[in-house]
Design a protein around this ligand. Sequence first.
Ligand SMILES: CC(=O)NCCS(=O)(=O)O
Length: 349
Amino acid sequence: MPEQSGKVQTVLGLIEPDQLGRTMTHEHLTMTFECSHVPPAPGDEGLAAASIAMKHLHWLQQNPYSHHENLLLNQEIEAVKEELLCYRKAGGGSIVENTTTGITRNLPVLRQLAKETGVHIIAGAGYYVDVTHSDETRKMTVEKLTDIIVNEVLHGADGTDIRCGVIGEIGTSWPITESEKKVLRATAHAQTQLGCPVIIHPGRNKAAPGEAIRILQEAGGDISKTVMSHLDRSIFDPRELLEFAKMGSYLEYDLFGTEVLNYQFNLDVDMLSDSQRVQTLAFLIREGYEDRILVAHDIHTKHRLTKYGGHGFSHILKNIVPKMLSRGITQNQVDKILIENPKQWLTFK
Ligand SMILES: CC(=O)NCCS(=O)(=O)O
């Protein structure tokens, strides 16, 4: 039985699950997102090239992926540190940092931030979406990928002794590519060996979450210990959502704070607003899924930091929790979503 059994693994070492406190299960503290750059609309080239400024803020909020500098969250370590101190003051305890290979994971920075702020940080093992896979990664067998992921959890990643406490976010596109399928199978095999938590980034299609779970399941993964991210831009029809929920993964609404007219990555999608996210949580609770819900902001660009007029890492604690309570979600249910469910997920078997 690995030493992690019954514990949570942070970048500073193992902790007791009760030490976690309120936990955002899907954030990024340092990463790059150039792989997802969207060319600006004709006529917007000037805005896309300008420095970030108040007078451009609305444009940036609506077109975050068309501004190159905005995609470099790794340049904001000091601002992120300030945000984490505010998060602690607002009652936050822990953050799962989902940056995996392909989007510039930086484990020494995560360790430094954990030391300087007192926030428990849990790092992610594995690989992001296919466009970020190296030729070397693409050629690897499932066995080799499994060994690498297991090593990142048991011994440390990226040449450091800093150990990851979850596998993911494991990136998938739509349709899921062959290289991504291998990584999903390796994830399931590593999870079987380690009894660890897993988190998946689905492709941008309503069929994507179900397909990723099926691949994991067929490879022996433990779906009850797996989180499906980004449901707030993936499945909108209530019946389809309940069909997906029956598959047994955690259901994560992790784009709180994102309010956009057009979802740049898929113009067919009408992204949920925060009010609609809260309504969806209330619906899932009524349907009996309160033990399966997780929430976060998935901050992955500069403009969502308070330094740039964004909502920051404390938005859920400061604004969404009161809204949840005002819409009939009980304090006990809020505590389940913020404390108990993350604890169950993050504790190694
Ligand atoms: C970093 C990351 O993968 N964020 C998700 C953005 S998306 O719009 O939900 O795909």
